[in-house]
Design a protein around this ligand. Structure first.
Ligand code: CDP
Ligand code: MG
Length: 669
């Protein structure tokens, strides 16, 4: 057992030391109302709401009513204990009371907007209700999720509840991983995967219901799906559409879907005390660690959920917490640390759902995934540093980056709500109440307004949608970003000068990759190095868990910037599981090469050939050779050789910069 010999170090470790730093702030009473007023409910239901709550407008609302328990309706498999237990559990979920009402509404209306508190059972139960009601006899039920982990985890849960093997009747499909079969009736998938399915099946004929879940997240793919499903619903009156959301912006969805009715599921809400720090925290990682320990030592039983921005932060805190609790030895109760983020191996993900043993406390270190996509039972305390990683895009430079940004008020309130699901909770915000009031935006900007649209434009074009300006976007992207996307696709030869899809573009669209990577693969045919190039593409697809800073000097300097942190080094080692994932991806890319009829050919000795293929995948966004963002050295005259339609010798100076002719790309609109 490790003890702190130095008393000062021990004091630093004393979780009580900073206890007074909290300022308590009780949040106001509900302005929000759910469902029928005359239905009986506990007074707790309304307690947890926010001063800045949105007033609910009651146009075209289907009121939920009490569901009479009817044991005949559930065909319980008596043999299977777990299944039976789970079946009982299903009946305790808030949504259960509205089962029949909901099914009636689905029968009556083609499109329904469903709103319900996170954890009420929308994602796991609705597809099962639809299955039980016979919808799967007519076609699959799709349920989209913005996050891979959520798709996998809910599919696993639902397969357990139904007592079937994952991948059989219940499956999931995420990029580079298809866990479905001929038997699959309920299919959880990322919104991006459903978008890709339109390529092979433009009317989604094999589906009877599409549930666009977590609609409030407004991911790019979800926003595009809205337009596509709205379109096909017109000529497929048999296709049911459910748009479900955890927040109360349902009206906007209803308006978009031609005044679709809104079905509200009242959640269980308990009061949540919100605590703010008195002064801004210089280091939220450190503040989060101290807060977790403080809660652990001073607060009654109940698990803790900490919101972090990504894997690296989670791993850092995981390690430090382990170290510190070891330091405190038996003075404190056991603290189980459970990380959850997108790339966490599936086996480890299950750990967060395991019940906490008596006498211990669980701390879940999560990304935004735990904000609304996943519900972890037993959480009583939320630690909210107030940040998340969000994609931002500069259409002028064409560069996209993931930046750590303050969250919105809506997010902060969702996060706080995670603590009050099974009983009264507490939320510790690692920022001041002033910050909350004055610095946070009300809502997160939809992704479509802050992202590179090249991929979407390519997908839409390959779906035969040419008129992008008149595409029915819920919130249209900035026209500058659309133009930039068209220009990029033209530079990559995916579109011709009239903005039409080329053969190259059609081939590129087959790959579930960024257009630059797809182009690099398609171009590798010419340079006979597809073998090497798909390896490169698959390595790049697993992201920075393999490559961090490729140049020695940069690695060294970044290390220096962190004051030669050991933790930083640890994070930058190559990870076996990332390599395995790269191998999986590579296998799939190999399969796709066959589909677009590109032979596998190796040309490892000709580095220039490989570089040229890579260069083909570059466009305006990597226009300067000297720019540190350029991943490989290239020769300016190659640009003329590779993309004569885009670069001419006179255009290319010694930095490889190209001046775009006026009005370029406009024709495509
Ligand atoms: O979608 P919504 O937030 O309304 O709820 P859900 O995801 O369907 O979750 C309903 C319940 O299922 C939660 O309260 C969890 O207790 C449970 N669940 C679980 O135990 N394991 C999962 N992987 C997913 C849900
Ligand atoms: Mg859900």
């Amino acid at each position: 057992m490790q003890r702190y010999k130095d008393p000062e170090a021990r004091d630093k470790m004393n979780p009580f030391a900073e206890q007074e730093a909290w300022e308590e702030h009780q949040i106001g009473k509900s302005k929000l109302q759910f469902g029928s007023k005359d239905r009986k409910r506990s007074s707790d239901d309304y307690q947890y709401v926010f001063e800045d709550g949105i007033d609910f407008v009651k146009s075209s609302v289907i009121e939920g009513t009490q569901h009479e328990e009817d044991s005949d309706q559930e065909d319980i498999d008596e043999k299977d204990m777990l299944k039976r237990e789970l079946q009982d559990e299903r009946k305790t979920l808030p949504i259960y009371k509205f089962r029949d009402e909901l099914l009636k509404a689905v029968e009556e209306y083609q499109v329904i907007v469903i709103v319900g508190e996170t954890g009420s059972g929308k994602t796991t139960q609705i597809p099962q209700y639809l299955h039980e009601a016979g919808y799967t006899a007519k076609g699959k039920v799709a349920c989209t999720q913005p996050r891979r982990v959520a798709a996998m985890s809910v599919a696993a849960r639902v397969s357990q509840e139904m007592g079937v093997k994952l991948g059989h009747e219940v499956g999931y499909s995420i990029r580079f991983e298809d866990c479905t079969s001929e038997k699959t009736l309920i299919k959880y998938m990322t919104d991006g995967m459903l978008l890709r399915e339109f390529l092979g099946e433009p009317d989604l004929a094999s589906y009877s219901v599409v549930m666009v879940d977590e609609a409030h997240e407004r991911t790019l793919s979800t926003d595009i799906l809205f337009g596509l499903v709205k379109d096909i619903s017109r000529f497929r009156p048999d296709l049911k559409l459910l748009i479900s959301s955890a927040t109360l912006d349902a009206e906007k969805f209803s308006d978009y879907f031609d005044s679709a009715p809104i079905f509200k599921i009242p959640g269980r809400r308990y009061p949540v005390e919100v605590h703010y720090t008195k002064a801004p925290e210089a280091d939220y990682i450190d503040a989060a660690i101290v807060t977790v320990l403080q809660i652990h030592v001073t607060q009654p039983p109940g698990d803790i959920l900490v919101f972090l921005t990504g894997q690296e932060e989670i791993e850092t805190i995981d390690e430090i917490l382990k170290h510190r609790t070891r330091g405190l030895g038996t003075k404190i109760a056991e603290l189980l640390i459970c990380p959850i983020y997108a790339n966490l191996p599936t086996e480890l993900q299950a750990k967060i759902f395991e019940p906490t043993p008596e006498g211990a406390r669980k701390v879940v270190l999560a990304t935004n995934i735990a904000e609304t996509s996943l519900t972890i039972d037993g959480i009583k305390y939320v630690v909210d540093p107030g940040f998340c990683k969000i994609k931002s895009y500069n259409p002028r430079t064409g560069m996209e980056s993931l930046l750590i940004n303050p969250i919105s008020k809506a997010s902060a309130n969702q996060r706080a709500g995670r603590s009050g699901r099974t009983g009264p909770g507490k939320c510790f915000r690692l920022y001041t109440s002033y910050n909350y009031m004055h610095d946070l935006e009300d809502n997160t900007v939809p992704e479509i307004q802050r992202t590179n649209l090249a991929n979407v434009v390519l997908t839409l074009k390959s779906l035969g949608i040419h008129d992008l300006v008149n595409f029915d976007f819920m919130d249209p992207p900035p026209s500058e970003a659309l133009l930039k996307a068209l220009e990029q696709l033209f530079a990559l030869s995916a579109l011709n000068s009239r903005g039409e899809l080329t053969k190259t573009g059609r081939r590129m669209a087959e790959f579930p990759l960024d257009p630059m990577l797809s182009k690099m693969i398609v171009a590798s045919e010419k340079y006979k190095c597809s073998d090497e190039v798909i390896s490169i593409a698959s390595m790049l697809s697993v992201g920075n868990s393999i490559f961090y800073r490729p140049k020695d000097k940069q690695v060294y300097n970044s290390w220096k910037e962190t004051d030669y942190s050991t933790q930083w080094c640890y994070e930058n080692y190559i990870q076996v599981r990332s390599m395995k994932r790269a191998r999986d991806i590579r296998d799939q890319l190999e399969g796709l090469l066959e589909r677009v009829e590109i032979e596998i050919s190796s040309n490892a000795s000709d580095l220039d050939a490989i570089k040229k293929a890579i260069t083909s995948g570059k466009n305006g966004s990597y226009r300067t050779v000297k720019n540190p963002q350029t991943v490989t050295e290239l020769k300016p005259d190659w640009l003329v050789e590779i993309a004569p339609h885009y670069y001419q010798l006179k255009d290319v100076d010694d930095t490889g910069t190209k001046k775009l002719p006026k009005g370029q790309g406009r024709a495509a609109l």
